[in-house]
Structure formats: structure tokens, C-alpha cells
Design a binder for this molecule. Sequence first.
Ligand code: OAD
Length: 238
Amino acid sequence: MTGIRNIVILTGAGVSAESGIDTFRDGGGLWEQHRVEDVTTPEAFVRDPDLVQRFYDMRRAAIQTREPNAAHHALARLDAEWPKEDGRGLLIVTQNVDDLHERAGANRVLHMHGEHLKAWCTACDRRSPWRGPLLDRPPCPACGAAALRPDVVWFGEMPYRMDEIHEALREADLFVSIGTSGAVYPAAGFVRTARDLGARTLELNLEPSQGSRWFHEARHGPATELVPAWVKEVLAAR
Ligand code: OAD
């Protein structure tokens, strides 16, 4: 593992599973008899905004009762100890909309699918920190319009900050995917992009993901065990 300068880490729901936050696909993904995919679309929000707001209000409340686990803490340690100068870099790209990476202390985190703890005003386009419910149509703190929606990326919408992610993948010597099923694009395609551009690729997941075969190496088990062990290895080989 010598010669590594730039690392890109992609995380998914599996990294927060042991903190008690449900993954999307492991348990059938049903909510009030709806498939999660049917609740998390712009069309669903037009059809039944209360249903969608209730779903997100519930998840926003739930994540605030959860704590980061050993995997989040290990990644925060790597972020703190991995050099920031000498042209070296590290980026944690997360598909998760919880704030557990940040609460563990990580700074170099990019939320490509948005964040539960922000609301987006569809009238003035501002994002505001948000912890409470949205079901009762509270006013936007910036413009006062009752037009707030969760600041999360829905199916059919463009993930955030793709240019920055591609730039980091281009520079990456090592790409690590942690706790993601490899079912949702564009994130599921990052391994092939990174690999084609010369990075070494590693999967850390409970079980082989849909994209397992694209990785140079795959290790299977719970994130709270695999991630701290891997972080120790990377820091020792620095
Ligand atoms: P998934 O629910 O699709 O996959 C979670 C992965 O984590 C599975 O491969 C599990 O095997 C693995 N896993 C479960 N428990 C684990 C543990 N303790 N340790 C390690 N791995 C574990 O979640 P994502 O891949 O994150 O998008 O889903 C991707 C996107 O689909 C989400 O960001 C969301 C969803 O629709 C949007 O909302 C736009």
C-alpha cells in the first residue's frame, strides 16, 4: 500500500447500519406499504406531498437519536491524520444523508445525495439548516415562503457536486467503497472510473455488492470491524 497520495472513499448506508439507521435494500425497503423508491421521487412529492414530508420528518428525527459508530470514528481519524499538503488529498464522498461522519469529526466530507438536516426552499433556492418537521409547511428562514422540501436528492434528480467528485476520482491512487450495494448510479460507476484512471480499488462491505467484481480487492464483514482495521493499515503504510 505504499506510494498512495490521494484517497477517495465512497460510503453508503452500510456504514451507518450499526448505528441503527436502516439501509435501503436489506430489509425489503417498505414504508407504510410503499416501496421507498416510490416515496423518494419528485413525482411522489407532487402527487402526495404530506406522505413524502412525513417519511422525511420521521427519518430526520430518527438520525438525531443515533450516534456515530467505530467505522465513522476510524474514517474521521484517517481524515485528521492523512496529510493535507504535498499534493496529497482525501475525500469522503457519502451517499448518506445522515450527519454521522461529521459528528465523528470528519471534515473532508461531500454529501452527493444531500443532507437530512437541511431544508431547500423551492421559492428562493436557499438551503437552511433544519432539524424539525416540514409537514406543517413552516416558512423559509430566508424568504418566508411555505415552500421548503428536504434537501435530499430524489430518484430522477442529479446528485450534487459531480464535477468535484470526478476531479477527485481522476487524481485518486486508491478508491475505497464502504457499505454500499452498488445498485444506484452514478455512485455505482465510480469504481470503474477510478480503476480506468489508474487507481487501486477496494471494497469493504458486509457481503459482495452488485459491483464486487470491479474491485481489485474485496473484504467482507461488518463495517465496525473492517474499517478500523483498514484505516490502521493505511496509516501504518503512509
Ligand atoms: P443499500 O441499502 O442499497 O446497501 C447497503 C449495503 O450495505 C448492502 O450492500 C449491505 O450488504 C451493506 N451493509 C449492511 N450492513 C452493513 C454493515 N454493518 N457493514 C458493512 N456493510 C453493511 O444502500 P446504499 O448502497 O447506500 O439514494 O444505497 C444507495 C442509494 O440508494 C442511497 O443513497 C439512496 C438509495 O435510494 C438516494 O436516496 C438518492
